[in-house]
Design a protein around this ligand. Structure first.
Ligand code: PNS
Length: 353
């Protein structure tokens, strides 16, 4: 058995402790390529760790930490040895504990939880472990729980707030990938209520079309963060501070809306804010191709969902670029942006000459 990819690629793993049944290299490779970008930066829990191959594969591919749980002394030794071979000792913690007991300890939250229990385990015990994982707050918002079972085992009943995201087959094994959702403050299961969503954009400057989406999205989510892209490669008309200032003024009356700015990848900002969803307005089908591509890429990288909200038809032909162009040639943009934004546009474009 070898580590398939990443910093420890090719590391040969120590012999498998007797009684464990590690996922074959090929299956591990398939599973990790299906998980894609969610592994980098993730906190990982590897239950029934055996050799630790799965958690070490995750570390090798950029996971920030992994906690390995196994009650067999031989497995604990094997994981320790394998972490040393992979030069990943500083990012791994090995707990010699029975899984149910480990789940009640003060660990987590995790972004990825792998469990590969012995095939002989009673299906009811697997279900009990899944509900313990759900009950003990071990999962960060949107975390994935990845269960390996023998094909002939029944599919377990899954906790209320989870959904089956993917089912992968490798010979006699099936790998079930569950996505977890938190209950909201009222104890209602997942869904969009009770959550933070991001409404990202360049907002150069904010228009009434943007504000229509922000208002309506703020009625659906508990908190909406308007996320302004600070893109050093572009030369916007307004600096990021100015764009944030105008947005803050425009949303001042909506108590659950915040305005923030970010650099780099939107999914990293969403993770940092604990936001499992992005809301985007769609003006017309012309927006759709690119928005769909971004939504799918963001989901692939992080599991973050994008929800599209149709723009009010009143604003379907409105864009920040058109507003700037009209303003630049002396046209009236008062109906398209808040009054103070129109004034700022006039000021800026006059001073630009
Ligand atoms: O208002 P815009 O210009 O249509 O907004 C586009 C924005 C900011 C949402 C998009 O460009 C973005 O998310 N940029 C951040 C960089 C990023 O994550 N790129 C990968 C997208 S799949």
């Amino acid at each position: 058995m070898r580590i398939v990819a990443g910093s420890a690629k090719g590391t040969r793993l120590a012999a498998v402790p007797s009684g464990t049944r590690p996922l074959a290299d090929r299956a591990r490779e398939g599973l990790f390529s299906s998980l894609g970008g969610v592994v980098a930066g993730a906190r990982v829990l590897d239950l029934y760790a055996g050799t630790g191959a799965v958690g070490i594969e995750a570390l090798s591919r950029g996971a920030v930490e992994a906690v390995f749980v196994d009650e067999a002394p031989a497995a604990v030794r094997a994981v320790g040895e394998n972490l040393r071979r992979a030069r990943l000792v500083d990012r791994g913690t090995v707990l010699r504990r029975a899984v149910p007991q480990a789940l009640r300890s003060d660990i987590g939250p995790f972004d990825l939880v792998f469990l590969d229990p012995p095939y002989a385990i009673d299906p009811a015990d697997v279900e009990a472990v899944l509900s313990e994982i759900a009950a003990h707050g071990l999962c960060a918002p949107g975390a994935l729980v990845i269960l390996t079972r023998e094909r002939k085992n029944p599919t377990p009943v899954i906790p209320l707030h989870w959904a089956l995201d993917r089912r992968l087959s490798y010979g006699g094994a099936v790998v079930l990938v569950f996505r977890t959702y938190e209950a909201n403050a009222q104890g209602r299961p997942g869904g969009v209520m009770g959550r933070t969503a991001l409404c990202p954009g360049t907002f150069d400057p904010v228009t009434n079309g943007h504000l229509d989406i922000v208002r309506r999205a703020s009625a659906v989510f508990d908190t909406l963060v308007v996320a302004v892209l600070e893109n050093p490669a572009k030369a916007p008309l307004f600096s990021v501070q100015e764009r944030v200032e105008m947005l803050r003024e425009a949303v001042a009356g909506i108590p659950n809306v915040e305005v923030a700015h970010f650099r780099g990848l939107l999914v990293d900002f969403a993770r940092a804010r604990g936001a499992p969803a992005i809301v985007k307005g769609l003006r017309a089908v012309t927006d759709f191709d690119y928005e769909l591509q971004m939504a799918q890429m963001n989901h692939h990288m992080s599991g973050i969902e994008t929800l599209f909200m149709p723009t009010n038809p009143q604003w379907s032909y409105l864009s920040s670029s058109l507003v700037k162009e009209i303003s630049r040639f002396g046209g009236d943009v008062d109906g398209f942006v808040p009054g103070f934004v129109a004034a700022r546009l006039r000021e800026r474009l006059v001073s630009e000459g």
